[in-house]
Write a protein that binds this ligand. Structure first.
Ligand SMILES: [Zn+2]
Length: 74
């Protein structure tokens, strides 16, 4: 399942969210705001929905293609 990275427009908190479907409403865990910016720093391909094609320079991770990269330490 894709994990998206978000930033809250209100309290500026960064957080990650497991998104089960595109209609899922994302709210900030800190202030419950729904004014959320989706970030694209984890995997550019996932952010667009389907492709897992790595985009060179778009990700810090060159060691794995796992969706759980944020926990693999690379
Ligand atoms: Zn917030």
């Amino acid at each position: 399942m894709p994990i998206y990275e978000y930033k809250c427009n209100d309290c500026k908190q960064d957080f990650e969210k497991l998104v089960l479907n595109n209609s899922q409403k994302i709210i900030c865990p800190g202030c419950n705001s729904d004014r959320i910016n989706k970030k694209f720093s984890i995997f550019a391909g996932i952010s667009r929905g389907t492709s897992l094609t790595p985009s060179s320079g778009a990700s810090d991770c060159g060691a794995c293609t796992s969706k759980a990269c944020s926990s693999c330490g690379c």
